[in-house]
Write a protein that binds this ligand. Structure first.
Ligand code: AMP
Length: 624
């Protein structure tokens, strides 16, 4: 938390070209919006995707992309792949993934992961930054100009830390990260679904190493993820292993050599399996030829039917996940308007058939499944830089955001379902005379009392100059950026002192959790209102009584003894009543005390203040 003066004005003026980058687990892709449409930018060799890999050559040069992948296939032990699995994670959280990146990893004192490539070590953000730099270089060569900004995509299930790590990687690569958007959202944008009216869309994404499926609800250009699911250890690479094992068995039977058991042959058989798998997406049969060394070779033919028999059980896992996600969204295939397939492995005919079966409709065609995410990101970058028309609103706040005010009452600042990005501020004040600090407690939820909502963070604004209660003006501003990250500022409008806090908790809750919280608020509406009215009444009476007592001590000689006694008795009754649960009597006592204290200047009603540092809501009608 830092204390500084500043405004929360934001906004990005894109200076150079802005691109869209799909920073994938296995492969990455960069696209740009130009002359009215988004196009993928190929590399110097015309390849449209780039492996998300980093390696060090034996001569000590750093290799990224295809060169790194080749070095790895040739047995380099100084290489890393699938770094996306480690982004924004602690080592303990990714124990099973740490073994998949192909090099040693450890935990740093700051709890970030350290990836060891020979004598050098990098954080996952730094490795991703090198991949992003390569994508930037491809884009700059392809476009013949400088690229300064990017929209980068992440899986819908990425939490706040993973999104932030991705944002950091972009910054390290020298890119202005215009937005981090969800991969399924980008895919739907690629199909123009932000302009085709309200619809529900299933996005089925099977890449090299991961499977994700999301159900989106698109309304007025706002994308809401209704449900998401997947398997971070299921993808085209698993299918390669299955086919490679099948080939190895046949090879052992014919030649006695097991290519999976020999370090030199292993990458060859995996590459051959991947080649056959890809060929079988369009051909009915593929010939596999495996060089075994010393002039010998193994050759066999694999049919599509055979491949399907081998991979069907593994692909059944995608079907089960799709059923679960539909159930989570409380929808059936019939409720959907579209099915979109994303990821290289969705080119496999069996994958397409299974997805079509589970969602009860044929997938949309027209966009390359390898490129849809980058295309959508590029269209979005085009919108942000003013080149493409379209709605920029991508998401909504699942729950209201607000602060705790005196008496434990929750005051919403941005209501739920508000589109993001959004900036909203409210002016509050102090609860006591000469109160030197206010406590800003930020919460998320729909309940009237702060304690029933989800606490996001608490901080203090100190150094408030001595002043009567309600005189200091403290503006609390909530800024939810396009990545769903909440930045809170509390500013003393008299002095300009401010505290700015970035909230680390993710605002994106599980849709079920959101529904549960909204339902609970609905069920408890009457009881919550009663508690809120009671809390405000107690606050009001307690404050009036405290001020009346101090005024009475000051002005006691100016009052006749009978009046003093009446006030003293009323004060005692009032103070005792504060701990009662009788709101009606508390309100009546406040009125009575107020009338009795009229001769005591300064003992006016306190409009909802208590004797502890807190925020006072000074809006019209905020307190009785
Ligand atoms: P992605 O992570 O989306 O780049 O997908 C990479 C995966 O897609 C790898 O496992 C590739 O082997 C696989 N893939 C790419 N093209 C095809 C194809 N035509 N048929 C089958 N699998 C493919």
């Amino acid at each position: 938390m830092s204390s500084r003066r500043g405004s929360s004005a934001r906004g990005s003026q894109v200076r150079g070209r802005a691109v869209g980058i799909d920073l994938g687990t296995t492969n990455s892709c960069v696209a740009v919006y130009q002359r009215g449409r988004a196009v993928v930018i190929p590399d110097e060799e015309g390849r449209r995707t780039t492996p998300s890999a980093l390696a060090r050559s034996p001569q000590g040069a750093w290799l990224v992309g295809w060169k790194a992948r080749l070095a790895r296939e040739e047995g380099s032990t100084c290489s890393v792949i699938s770094v996306k699995r480690l982004m924004g994670r602690r080592l303990a959280e990714v124990a099973s993934d740490a073994g998949r990146v192909g090099c040693p990893v450890s935990e740093r004192p700051d709890l970030n992961i350290s990836i060891h490539l020979g004598s050098a070590s990098f954080t996952p953000q730094e490795v991703s930054a090198r991949i992003l730099l390569r994508m930037k270089e491809i884009a700059e060569k392809g476009l013949g100009g400088t690229v300064t900004a990017a929209v980068i995509t992440v899986p819908a299930y990425f939490d706040h830390q993973q999104r932030r790590a991705t944002q950091d990687a972009g910054r390290i690569a020298g890119l202005e990260v215009l937005r981090i958007i969800n991969e399924p959202t980008a895919s739907a944008i690629a199909y123009g679904m932000d302009r085709t009216g309200d619809r529900k869309v299933a996005v089925f994404d099977l890449g090299g190493g991961t499977f994700d499926v999301s159900i989106l609800d698109i309304r007025n250009g706002v994308f809401e993820v209704l449900a998401t699911g997947g398997d971070t250890h299921l993808g085209g690479d698993d299918l390669d292993w299955i086919l490679a094992s099948h080939l190895a068995k046949a090879c052992v039977a014919e030649t006695g050599i097991d290519p999976l058991a020999e370090a030199e042959l292993l990458p060859r058989v995996i590459r051959a399996a991947e080649g056959a798998k890809i060929e079988l997406s369009t051909a009915e049969a593929a010939t596999v030829r495996l060089l075994l060394g010393r002039g010998s070779a193994f050759e066999t033919v694999v049919t599509r039917r055979e491949l399907e028999g081998l991979i069907r059980a593994t692909l059944a896992r995608t079907v089960a996940i799709c059923h679960q996600v539909l159930a989570d969204a409380r929808l059936t295939g019939r409720d959907l308007d579209d099915l979109v397939l994303v990821g290289g492995a969705t080119r496999i005919p069996l994958v397409r058939r299974l997805a079509a079966e589970v969602f009860g409709r044929e997938p949309r065609g027209g966009v390359d499944p390898d490129e849809a995410v980058a295309i959508g990101a590029a269209i979005h970058a085009g919108m942000l830089s003013g080149e493409a028309d379209g709605a920029l609103l991508l998401d909504v706040l699942p729950l209201s955001l607000g602060v705790e005010t005196v008496g434990g009452v929750f005051r919403s600042i941005i209501p739920r379902n508000n589109k993001i990005p959004v900036i909203r501020g409210e002016v509050f004040s102090t609860a006591q005379d000469n109160q030197a600090a206010v406590n800003v407690h930020v919460l998320q939820g729909e309940r009237d009392m702060a304690q029933d909502n989800r606490s996001l963070c608490q901080f203090q604004l100190t150094g408030i100059e001595p002043a009567p209660r309600t005189v200091p003006k403290i503006e609390v501003t909530f800024d939810v950026d396009a990545d769903g990250i909440l930045h809170v500022a509390a500013e003393n409008l008299h002095t300009g002192d401010a505290v700015h806090v970035d909230v680390n908790e993710s605002l994106a809750l599980d849709p079920e959790e959101v529904e549960r919280m909204v339902e609970t608020a609905r069920e408890n509406w009457e009881e919550d209102k009663r508690r809120r009215d009671h809390a405000i009444a107690v606050t009001d009476l307690a404050c009036l009584a405290a001020r009346a007592r101090s005024r009475l001590a000051l002005h006691r000689d100016a009052l006749p003894a009978s009046k003093r006694l009446a006030i003293a008795e009323a004060l005692e009754r009032a103070e005792a009543l504060c701990s009662s649960g009788d709101t009606e009597r508390i309100l009546a006592s406040t009125d009575q005390l107020y009338t009795l204290c009229a001769p005591l200047r300064g003992a006016e009603r306190c409009e909802g203040m208590v004797g502890e540092p807190g925020l006072v809501d000074t809006r019209e009608g905020a307190a009785p």
